[in-house]
Design a protein around this ligand. Structure first.
Ligand code: MG
Length: 325
């Protein structure tokens, strides 16, 4: 018999939370059901929703597999909360994504950030890529998370302590729809590993007001044309197209992002769209790597917040533009 840990996104707004339950079975993961009235996905009188397995990962701890699922309504159509289904057929493996997921570790009792229990810590400066007690918090949790992701087959390409005390980042690379699945499963593993260490995770873009960096999810993206036959004109036109749908982008890049995109702390203001080579104060940065590589490469969208749904981010690049170029 195998222990399969089914994972899905619930119906909470503005961002879904992760849910899971374990099925013991022999054979491949079958469709399963759950009580949608407990996850804001159904009314009590007609509460069954369906879990449709779409991706499988090696499990941590005692589970044999993590099974990423889409949620379907009882008639087998995609549930309104199902943001993944719209990506099917559009997000081909021609699209590559690198997500820079930032987050804070917090105390489960009161939600305070680790290291902030006695008030505001020293100003930013020592913490980014820092080492030594007093400069970093919960490094062992970040490392255990990275190991669990790699074991699961999720390409974590790096991790680092971030600009604020208790803040971390990991980078997650993937192709096509699996990239977004991987990011969700990596978040699931982060919550799970942190649970084992007795700490919590906060992916809100500005969990602590004040003169502190918030948490973002810079999204690096490319398609084959950008990687292999890129030009300055192509990259600029892609940026222009994303600028033309800036409002639509912001609507899909996570809630409370206005608290983070202030124009300070290496961000562009949420009401302004700009792009530029090596510009970390822009909405979209054209990396110097891309320029030096004869304009073949990728772009970095610096707008998405740490709590954004990667399915919604990725879909924006493929449709309605800039894919039409
Ligand atoms: Mg960062």
């Amino acid at each position: 018999m195998k222990k399969l840990e089914y994972i899905w996104l619930d119906g909470y707004q503005p961002e879904p939370s992760l849910r899971s339950k374990v099925k013991v079975t022999d054979g491949n993961p079958p469709d399963w059901s759950f009580d949608g009235s407990s996850t804001q996905q159904a009314e009590g009188g007609s509460s069954d929703c369906i879990l449709k397995p779409v991706n499988e990962y090696s499990g941590p701890r005692s589970s044999d597999s993590l099974v990423m699922c889409e949620v379907l309504s009882p008639d087998k159509s995609p549930h309104p909360s199902n943001t993944r289904n719209a990506c099917v057929g559009l997000l081909s493996d021609d699209w590559w994504f690198g997500f820079e997921q930032e987050y804070f570790f917090t105390n489960p009792e009161d939600g305070t950030i680790l290291g902030w229990e006695d008030g505001t810590p020293r100003p930013q400066g020592d913490y980014y890529c820092g080492v030594g007690s007093g400069n970093v918090q919960a490094r062992e949790v970040s490392e255990a998370h990275m190991d669990a992701c790699l074991e699961a087959g999720i390409m974590i390409t790096g991790t680092n302590a971030e600009v604020a005390l208790g803040q971390w980042e990991y980078q997650c690379f993937g192709k096509g729809l699996k990239a977004a699945d991987d990011l969700w499963v990596s978040r699931y593993l982060l919550y799970l590993i942190a649970e084992e260490y007795g700490v919590s995770v906060n992916i809100h873009p500005k969990p602590q007001e004040g003169d502190w960096n918030g948490s973002g999810m810079h999204t690096n993206f490319s398609n084959g044309q950008m990687r292999d036959s890129g030009t300055e004109e192509l990259m600029n036109s892609l940026c222009e197209k994303l600028g033309a749908v800036h409002k639509e982008g912001i609507a899909n890049y996570g809630s409370d992002n206005d608290m983070r995109l202030t124009g300070n702390h290496e961000t562009q203001s949420i009401d302004t769209f700009s792009y530029g080579v090596s510009d970390r104060g822009a909405s979209i940065r054209i990396p110097i790597y891309t320029v030096d590589n004869n304009w073949n490469g990728y772009l970095e969208d610096r707008r998405p917040a740490s709590n954004a749904d990667p399915y919604r981010i990725c879909l924006l690049y493929t449709s309605p533009s800039p894919r039409d170029s």
